[in-house]
Each structure stands twice: as C-alpha cells, then as structure tokens.
Design a protein around this ligand. Structure first.
Ligand SMILES: [Fe+2]
Length: 340
C-alpha cells in the first residue's frame, strides 16, 4: 500500500466548496437502482445476469457463495454488485472536521451513554445502552471527537443495520464525502494493516463498520493505535519520519478490482506525510505502522473508528468455505488532506 519516499512537491489542492453542512455521499458497489448494463457487455463465466434491484433492472451479483436469486438471506439488499458504471475521481477539497465544533468535554454524548468501558488502555472504548441511530447532531460531533481520542468506539446491540440502506446513507451524509459500501469475504483483500482508501487526496476519517454475517468465531477486525505507535518512537526517529512522505497507491487494489469489473474510479497515487496530525486533537499518528490492538465482533455491533489515527486488519482465522460467510458494510466519510 505504502512505500516511503522523499518529500516531493504536490500540486496545490483545488479549493472545493465542500464543507460542514454540505452533504455529499458516494455509493460504492451495492445495488444501484439506476444501473443498466451496456448492451455490448460480455458476461464472464463467473457472473450471472440477475434482475435484483427495486426497479427490476439488471445488475450483476458479485462472485460470492450466496445465491442472489434466493430471498432468504436477511441482508440481501447489502450484497455487493458489479455495476460497470464508471465514476470520476474524487475531487480534492478543503475540509473542516465536525469534531472541531464539538464540546471538548463531550457532555451531551456522555449524558446519553449509561455504560462505557475502555477495552485497552491505549485504544478502544465499548459502549452499551445507547443507539447510534438516536444521536443528535451535537452528539455526532462529539462522537467524532471521542473517536479521534480513543481510536475506536464500539457500540453494542445496535439497531443501525436494521434501519436500511437509505437511512444509513442519510446518517452517513452528516459527514461530508461519505462512501457507503459493502464487503464480502470473497473480496477480502485487507489481511494487512491499513487505513481505508489512503491513496485518496482526502482519505476517510470517522468510519462506521458493522458486521452483517460472520463465522461463529474468528474473522475479527483488529485495530492498532497509530498515535501510540508514534509516541513510542525515539525523538530522533520521530524527527526523521516527520521529514519524509509516502506514496499511497491505489494501483494494487485497482488491478484486483479490474478482474471482477469493480474498478469504477480512475486509479490514483498520492504522496502523504508519514506522520500526520489530527486537525482537532493535535495528536500525531504514524500512518504506516501498528502498535496496540483490540479485537471485536458481535452481531449488532457498530464500530466507529478514526481512519486517520488507527489502522486495521481482518483476521483470516476461519475457513473460507461455502458454509461460512463474512459480510460487512461500511460508511466511510472523507476528511482533510493529511498534514503534519
Ligand atoms: Fe479496511
């Protein structure tokens, strides 16, 4: 994903009107009600043409072990599809973090949370007794700040998923540049520490991830605290790393997606600093390494993590066979261009 490179000049960002209050959402590979395959499209042997969306239009299911034509699967609407439509590259823009307007003491959020417990000293807090879906805008701002501080905040027993895709998109649209997508075990490509879509000029920030289906045990997503990783380096090493940048390339992911017709946006490579600073908390984070970790997964759990301050990896510790599926969805809002 990332290779260390020397600092080099990057073209100036274009100023873009996206800012707090401007709502924008992208949709990744889920059902697209406006999609119709081109007439000359040749279906690969592994793909079957199946009418599935609400308008009765034809979409192409992703290559999974689930039979998309059968309605029994509870989260059928969340199954990924090949849509073949292309999208323009995400436009760089100047962004103001919603956490910047949060009460530093997060009083409104904490008043709504009857039970919270740190999962480890360095990363992760588990929350019970409150529904994400009921949070006010003020509480969402405070959650963005709290997530930046704790790395991840894990909400148990949520009705989030049951609200449906359109509601989830609306929820995500509170945060600018949100991408809504679903992942299925067949497209596991992240058994390595990473921050999502780090090759974008404006990579994601406060991200919402929830498990729709998974194995009885195993298949956890692990998180590491990149702030602690940075803090524990020696001052000379911190100084050295603050002087260099890394090329984050979307090439590898694009090559894999092209095979399955999932690549929809032009491939992008971006140079980012190896150490970045959170625009609200001021904490510095190492963006290419890992440190302490926490584990989680229970159905009904929604994990909120700050993609700038933590990295994560799937654990492939279970058999990828026809009886076990791992299906998740994610709301991935963009944020500022990384800077130190
Ligand atoms: Fe990821």
């Amino acid at each position: 994903m990332s290779q260390v490179a020397t600092n080099e000049e990057q073209p100036e960002l274009e100023s873009n009107p996206n800012h707090i209050g401007k709502r924008k959402i992208h949709t990744s590979y889920i059902n697209n009600p406006d999609f119709v395959p081109p007439k000359d499209f040749v279906f690969l042997p592994t793909l079957k043409e199946v009418p599935i969306n609400l308008k009765g239009q034809t979409e192409i299911p992703f290559d999974t072990q689930i039979d998309y034509t059968k309605p029994e699967y509870q989260y059928r609407d969340f199954l990924p599809h090949v849509t073949l439509t292309s999208e323009p590259a995400l436009a760089p823009y100047e962004h103001v973090d919603v956490a910047s307007r949060a009460d530093p003491e997060k009083k409104a959020l904490f008043a709504a949370i009857p039970h919270r417990k740190d999962m480890t000293p360095n990363i992760g807090t588990e929350v019970r007794g409150v529904q994400l879906s009921q949070l006010t805008d003020k509480q969402k701002d405070e959650l963005a700040l709290y997530t930046a501080e704790r790395g991840i905040v894990v909400f148990r027993d949520q009705d989030f998923v049951d609200k449906g895709i359109e509601w989830l998109k609306e929820f995500g649209s509170y945060l600018d540049g949100t991408e809504f997508d679903t992942h299925y075990d067949g497209d596991l490509n992240t058994i390595a520490w990473h921050s999502d879509m780090s090759y974008e000029v404006n990579p994601p920030c406060t991200t919402f991830l929830s498990l729709l289906a998974g194995p009885e045990c195993g298949g956890d997503t692990l998180f590491v605290n990149c702030m602690t990783a940075y803090d524990r380096l020696s001052p000379p090493m911190q100084q050295f790393l603050e002087g260099i940048s890394a090329v984050h390339s979307g090439q590898t992911q694009a090559l894999r997606l092209i095979d399955s017709h999932l690549a929809r946006r032009p491939t992008i490579d971006t140079v980012h600093p190896v150490v970045r600073k959170h625009p609200v908390t001021g904490r510095k984070a190492l963006w290419v390494n890992n440190n302490h970790k926490a584990e989680l997964w229970e159905k009904g759990t929604v994990t909120v993590y700050d993609n700038r301050m933590v990295q994560h990896s799937v654990t492939l510790d279970y058999a990828l066979d026809n009886d076990v599926i791992r299906h998740v969805f994610r709301l991935t809002p963009q944020r500022e261009r990384p800077a130190l």
